[in-house]
Design a protein around this ligand. Structure first.
Ligand SMILES: Cc1cc2nc3c(=O)[nH]c(=O)nc-3n(C[C@H](O)[C@H](O)[C@H](O)COP(=O)(O)OP(=O)(O)OC[C@H]3O[C@@H](n4cnc5c(N)ncnc54)[C@H](O)[C@@H]3O)c2cc1C
Length: 539
């Protein structure tokens, strides 16, 4: 039997932490969780009490529909902390009237035609892993629509073509990460784009949100891999030409990348693929302080070495993720290639680390060809990867224990980093000290590094007073958004804008550019049915 997706939390129901595991986690967390704290129970599917659909569908669309409460609840929200809290509390406000599963481009066109005609909003749903309200209906726009449809793309999951010569593959856009990689594997190819949400996010979602993979340098953003796109809009369909590069005026792919479901629906994409990795060399390097790690990271980012991984964890982040328990900042540095031995670049990167006082605490063999699976010598990077993938299930368990858990991220140029980092850490810690009686962790890791800047990623775990989980989360979000913009960061490096980051996005862009974007939206979506209020509000 196929595994069932959770309608309130992350992933598959079968993989949720068991009560005994949550209790063990609570014990590990010590002061964070009082012994008498009850573990919240998720709602049962029979207890879902959703308002009845307000709209009717023609028979031609009904055959694509699922109006079960379970599916409507699952598609009501994405998977941010706030979404999980609301799901856990059985608060499914304004759920979609229907969930529709198109199988062909014609189905997508029919859904948009009908919805335009009947003033129904359509929110495209890939894997539903948005953490910024991207797949949720903007409740303040309710009066403008007869109802809303969640258009789930996951039945559009085929490999259309593989062009081995050009190393490109065309997929339907609803395909989820694991299935995409499975389909490339028999020909020894990979897309090598691994966001943490890989298992439950889709190619179309990655493109629409300009997702970032976990490799820290070199090609890692989905932008780097898109060759050509097919996009359906309420006024027509467009297909961009397959080209390795082009200097022909503005780039149409760039229009759709990051359009977050508000301009058109990405129905398929040609992506650049590459042979699977054969050579790997990696090490975990300890630094006495995060500051020293940062200055080393900068030198590596500016060295022209471009390691595939170069991720810096502050001491608490290293401890929590089971990477290193010795109160040191840890740099996970690694090189990969499908073509050649990487030992000389690896050697040079370690020299740079040494020059900053870094000490290698573990490293894997560098002389052999190492396939991912047979990489038996586990570095801390390996432990970190495991905890990285399982983290969302743990996050949901912490929510059930009544804690506040948030992650937010940005990118900033090197010259502005210190000010941004200290102000964010101070502001969030100061706020939490008032709310959480000192039981709080605010940690930072650097997920991506560039010659001209870096992407810090903050994680927060805090206790809070009864029933104030969402209020505290809202405050943290607001403080983080305001501080990021004030100190010259971007409102998001890879989590997208959606509805949660809309105000920050507005502050980051000029009036002139926002007008251009609004007019572009009016052109492709004249009745504003596509994900209303996402990124920008028109009405
Ligand atoms: C635990 C966790 C970890 C995460 N880790 C990462 C990470 O490492 N890197 C990262 O970049 N992000 C990460 N995210 C955020 C999220 O996974 C990404 O934004 C991802 O790209 C969304 O893909 P999706 O298919 O789930 O899209 P959805 O959540 O379904 O949709 C996101 C947005 O894209 C639009 N959309 C979806 N499909 C299409 C389409 N075919 N055409 C047009 N618009 C579409 C939707 O309308 C919505 O606005 C994480 C989220 C979670 C919950």
């Amino acid at each position: 039997m196929a595994a069932v997706r959770s309608f309130w939390g992350w992933g598959y129901q079968k993989d949720e932490l068991k009560i005994s595991e949550i209790k063990a986690l609570a014990t590990l967390l010590g002061d964070f969780v009082k012994p008498e704290t009850p573990i919240k129970t998720p709602p049962k599917k029979d207890s879902l009490n959703l308002q009845e659909p307000k709209i009717k569908l023609p028979t031609s669309l009904l055959k694509l529909a699922d109006a079960s409460n379970q599916q409507r609840a699952r598609h009501c929200y994405g998977r941010s902390f706030k979404d999980v809290v609301r799901g856990l509390n059985n608060e499914f406000i304004d759920p979609p009237d229907f969930v529709l599963y198109p199988k062909t481009v014609k189905d997508v066109i029919d859904i948009l035609d009908y919805s335009s005609h009947k003033d129904i909003a359509v929110i495209c749903y890939g894997g539903g892993s948005s953490v910024v309200g991207g797949v949720e209906f903007d409740h303040e726009m309710k009066q403008n629509y007869a109802g809303w449809i969640s258009m789930d793309m996951t039945c559009m999951d085929k490999l259309n073509y593989l062009d081995k010569d050009s190393r490109s593959a065309s997929f339907q856009a609803g395909i989820l990460g694991p299935s995409l990689e499975e389909k490339l594997k028999p020909n020894n190819f990979t897309l090598r784009h691994f966001p943490q949400s890989f298992e439950f996010s889709s190619l179309g979602g990655w493109i629409a949100t300009r997702a970032g993979g976990h490799f820290a340098m070199g090609p890692t953003h989905i932008d780097d891999f898109v060759e050509s796109l097919e996009v359906v809009t309420p006024v027509g369909t467009t297909v961009t030409r397959r080209l390795p590069a082009s200097g022909a005026a503005s780039d149409e792919n760039r229009l759709w990348l990051g359009s977050e479901g508000m301009l058109g629906i990405v129905t398929s994409a040609w992506i650049r693929v590459q042979p699977r990795t054969r050579f790997v060399a990696k090490a975990d390097v300890a630094f006495d302080s995060f500051k020293e790690g940062i200055s080393c990271l900068k030198d590596i980012a500016q060295s022209g070495l471009y390691p595939s991984n170069c991720r810096l964890l502050d001491p608490l982040e290293a401890l929590i993720n089971g990477v290193y328990a010795g109160n040191k900042a840890i740099l996970l540095v690694g090189f990969e290639s499908y073509d050649h031995d990487v030992s000389s670049s690896f050697k040079r990167a370690k020299e740079i680390c040494n020059s900053h006082g870094g000490v290698v605490v573990s490293e894997s063999d560098i002389d052999n060809e190492i396939s991912r699976k047979s990489d038996s010598k586990q570095t801390a990077g390996g432990s970190w990867k495991n905890s990285f993938i399982k983290a969302p299930y743990f996050r949901d368990a912490l929510v059930r224990l009544g804690l506040v858990v948030e992650t937010f991220e940005t990118a900033v140029t090197w010259d502005n980093f210190n000010e941004l980092y200290f102000n964010i850490s101070n502001e969030i810690n100061r706020y939490l000290s008032e709310k959480s009686n000192g039981t709080q962790w605010v940690t930072c890791r650097i997920t991506h590094a560039y010659p001209n800047g870096l992407a810090p990623y903050f994680s927060v775990i805090a206790s809070c007073k009864n029933n104030s989980q969402t209020a505290v989360w809202n405050d943290i979000k607001q403080i983080a958004n305001e501080t990021i913009i004030k100190f010259n960061g971007t409102i998001t490096h890879h989590h997208a804008v959606g509805k949660e980051h809309r105000d920050g996005y507005k502050k980051e862009k000029s009036e002139l550019y926002l007008d251009y974007l609004k007019n572009t939206k009016k052109y492709f979506d004249p009745k504003s049915i596509l994900n209303p209020g996402n990124v920008i509000r028109l009405l």
